[in-house]
Design a protein around this ligand. Structure first.
Ligand code: BT5
Length: 235
């Protein structure tokens, strides 16, 4: 069960990295949380700033069946959205894995997997939320924290417990109905099918129309051609 075992650190390089390297020693559902990460990362090993005051944690899954890691990204994205709704904070998901508030990034989710052939041996889902932490100067225009908008500090452990509880509920409800979870996730997405996006292609800025949103890619019509894209600017 998610959170049956919780391992906490004051400082760690990365909670995702810890579980990716030590998954054999921990059971399904183990949560690793740290007050501070020294080498937190996002997709394509981009830096994830994780100073003291934020909520940085990862959850280990050992699925018995074949499953896409992105299922867990959606599970935790929806779980974070629903948890924040309890505080009357209404956030959106920016495709595919960012949580946005007032046009700025509040949180990110990163799922990674270790596979034997097509079978996942371990899937690690990392969640990073700017809660009481300061935002580094270079990200001030694009990132936001809960403290900044609510003018108060939050209990990290309470927030963690609430997110894990919502994740348990969603997992129970949607493991066998994955499409239903995708539909809920799509409802929270900022981007909708039919929307026009600004895209960067070969150093040029272009307009593209979203033809289809899937969890792994967007089908975009650019200059009359349909293309698959895997990330949108700014990341
Ligand atoms: C993500 O990556 O958004 C996934 C972040 C997952 C972090 C968690 S924390 C616990 C666990 N342990 C880890 O090491 N990671 C996970 P991506 O979509 O690639 O976004 C990365 C980009 O977000 C960076 O290039 C920056 O532009 C921006 N960024 C970095 N730190 C940020 C922060 N604290 N708040 C908002 N934006 C940030």
């Amino acid at each position: 069960m998610i959170g049956e075992k919780i391992v906490s650190f004051e400082t760690i390089n990365s909670t995702n990295r810890f579980l990716m390297e030590n998954h054999t020693n921990y059971p399904d559902g183990t949560v690793v949380v740290a007050l501070k990460q020294t080498s937190g990362y996002g997709r394509n090993k981009r830096i994830w700033y994780s100073p003291k005051g934020g909520l940085w944690f990862s959850v280990l899954f050992k699925p018995r069946k074949q499953i896409e890691p992105s299922f867990y990204t959606r599970l935790f994205s929806v779980s974070v959205v629903r948890t924040l709704e309890k505080f009357k904070i209404h956030v959106n998901i920016k495709w595919p894995n960012d949580i946005y508030l007032y046009g700025r990034k509040l949180a990110g989710v990163l799922s990674e997997g270790i596979f034997e052939g097509k079978k996942p041996v371990a899937i690690v889902v990392g969640v990073g939320i700017n809660v009481n932490n300061d935002i580094p100067e270079e990200l001030k225009t694009q990132a936001i924290s809960l403290k900044e908008i609510m003018n108060k500090e939050f209990s990290l452990m309470k927030l963690l417990e609430m997110i894990l509880k919502n994740a348990r509920i969603l997992l129970r409800k949607y493991t066998k109905k994955k499409e239903a979870l995708t539909r809920i996730w799509k409802r929270y997405l900022i981007q909708k099918e039919g929307d026009i996006l600004h895209l960067r292609e070969g150093g040029q800025e272009k307009l593209g129309r979203i033809v289809k949103i899937t969890s792994d890619y967007l089908l975009i019509e650019i200059d009359g051609e349909i293309k698959k894209i895997y990330s949108i600017f700014p990341h």
